[in-house]
Design a protein around this ligand. Structure first.
Ligand code: CP
Ligand code: NVA
Length: 307
């Protein structure tokens, strides 16, 4: 039994198995093949924060695979009235086959996982967003064919998505340049873990220099969920880190631009760039669906049925 709280909960082999599986499931969907690999299986999805992509892609993934997903808003559960996490985890473990949670604090999902006897999946916490980066890796692989010769420049906030990408780059051998303003660097524990995994992570304060060598440029919002009170100071701190046509003109001609979405157009990225020829953000969003299926099959232990 395996949880997916951090992308580094997966070994390199497991990560590549999930990516291969996602490719296969994508192809099956395109060919209109009806599958029931998760027939009679249920997924509980607990959301403490809003979601479009994570919610819909997990729900459709379960339905495409012949299973069932339950959307559970935190405050509609007894959790919202103070029922302990440890009780909720043990009760849900008796009903469903996997639980996905989106939480404010990473410690909440860690506690949940400690008491759950079924797989727990992190659908975003303040520390990591592993399901997002699995879809991102699938997208990078589709556009670049490999990870070894790829340089990804992260420009903006060293947030949850950045943290998971750092670990993912260490697992896949992708080179990563991280460009953030001072005091907005990624989590130090994550950096330590990435180094232990042999990751090549380079810090470059200047976004122009960072994108100069990039094959992939990735950004995300400057103010993540739960940080709304810091919005004004963040707008000031991140000046100069916007992905604009001007910044792109300093990068390679065939560079691709990624964003996990939702985007704040006019802040971390311009409207022109999202709508422009370098942007692959909607392929990336689509891949959430194929990746979730592979994650579910792997964690529920049904991946062998696909082959
Ligand atoms: N990228 C992502 O996780 O989007 P949602 O917040 O819409 O789920
Ligand atoms: N960093 C963003 C990602 C949203 C999908 C947030 O945590 O709000």
């Amino acid at each position: 039994m395996k949880h997916l709280l951090s992308i580094s909960d997966l070994t390199r082999d497991e990560l590549f198995e999930i990516l291969k599986l996602a490719e296969k499931l994508k192809e099956e969907r395109y060919r209109g093949i009806v599958t029931d690999y998760l027939k009679n299986k249920s997924l509980a999805m607990i959301f403490e924060l809003p979601s479009t992509r994570t919610r819909v892609s997990f729900e459709v993934a379960m339905s495409d695979l012949g299973g069932h997903a339950l959307y559970l808003g935190w405050n509609e559960l007894q959790l919202g009235r103070g029922e302990p996490i440890k009780d909720t985890a043990r009760v849900l473990s008796r009903y469903v086959h996997a639980i996905m949670l989106r939480v404010r604090d990473h410690s909440t999902i860690e506690e949940f996982a400690r008491y759950s006897s079924i797989p727990v999946i992190n659908g975003l916490s303040n520390l990591e967003h592993p399901c997002q980066v699995i879809a991102d890796l699938l997208t990078i692989y589709e556009y670049r064919g490999d990870f070894r010769d790829v340089t990804l420049a992260w420009v903006g906030d060293g947030n949850n998505v950045c943290n998971s990408l750092i670990l993912a780059s260490a697992l896949t051998g992708m080179r990563m340049i991280v460009s953030t303003p001072e005091n907005y660097e990624p989590d130090s524990g994550i950096m330590q873990k990435a180094r232990e995994l042999g990751g090549e992570i380079i810090f470059e304060r200047d976004p122009v220099k960072a994108v100069g060598e990039a094959d992939v440029i990735y950004t995300d919002v400057w103010t993540s969920m739960g940080q709304e009170g810091e919005k004004e100071e963040r707008l000031t701190a991140f000046k100069g880190y916007q992905i604009s046509d001007e910044l792109l003109s300093r990068s390679k001609d065939d560079v691709v631009v990624m964003h996990c979405l939702p985007a704040h157009r006019g802040e971390e990225i311009t409207d022109e760039v999202i709508e422009g020829k370098h942007s692959i953000v909607f392929d990336q969003a689509e891949n959430r669906l194929h990746a979730q299926k592979a994650i579910l099959l792997k964690l529920i232990g049904k991946e062998n049925e696909v082959y």
